[in-house]
Design a protein around this ligand. Structure first.
Ligand SMILES: CC(C)(COP(=O)(O)OP(=O)(O)OC[C@H]1O[C@@H](n2cnc3c(N)ncnc32)[C@H](O)[C@@H]1OP(=O)(O)O)[C@@H](O)C(=O)NCCC(=O)NCCS
Length: 155
């Protein structure tokens, strides 16, 4: 794929408008959920990750840090670009970022339709199914342990 780039951006970044459209089209429109203008994008501890392809925002995930754990939310890729590794790249970078931040655990609520996507990437299901969010579709909680490097003595 030509010119693909992963980037952590600020809530104030103008590309967050593209992110909002992407989230609506991928996560909510397919379920007939009305468009929502409130995304809570500036809550404390939030980190926004985008992947661009030829400059266009094509995938997104966010990490919300609270204490020593981080919740991953709103993982999505443009339908036309699925199956090309963008989702895997987003999740790899999210976990790496959580590791860099020194977190001990990453977790998420996964739609059961994508549970296997996460499982292949090292995520472990830790709950039964429950309806969740604005779509109300079945979800499971999944976790990814993080192994932070102990500080080297004398360094
Ligand atoms: C889930 C999603 C982010 C995956 O993105 P993607 O760019 O297509 O994923 P990738 O191409 O990186 O796929 C990585 C691997 O996961 C597999 N995979 C992708 N979607 C899958 C799914 N729904 N179920 C099982 N495996 C899946 C791919 O086949 C690939 O397997 P491989 O390692 O054998 O090559 C994308 O399908 C999406 O945006 N879905 C709609 C929004 C959504 O449901 N988000 C999750 C909310 S919890």
């Amino acid at each position: 794929m030509s010119d693909m780039a992963f980037e952590w951006i600020e809530t104030s970044d103008p590309r967050m408008a593209e992110v909002s459209e992407l989230r609506y089209v991928t996560l909510f429109e397919p379920f007939g959920v009305p468009r929502c203008e409130t995304w809570n994008d500036d809550i404390p501890g939030i980190h926004h990750l985008i992947v661009t392809v030829d400059g266009r925002v094509s995938g997104y995930a966010c990490l919300i840090v609270a204490g020593e754990s981080g919740q991953v939310r709103q993982v999505c890729v443009l339908p036309a670009l699925r199956g090309a590794g963008l989702g895997r790249g987003l999740m790899t970078e999210v976990v790496a970022h959580a590791q860099r931040l020194g977190l001990s655990l990453a977790w998420l609520n996964a739609r059961t339709t994508v549970e296997d996507f996460y499982r292949r990437l090292g995520w472990v299901t830790t709950s039964g199914e429950f309806p969740f969010g604005r779509t109300g579709v079945p979800h499971v909680r999944m976790e990814h342990p993080l192994h932070t490097q102990p500080a080297k003595s004398g360094a």
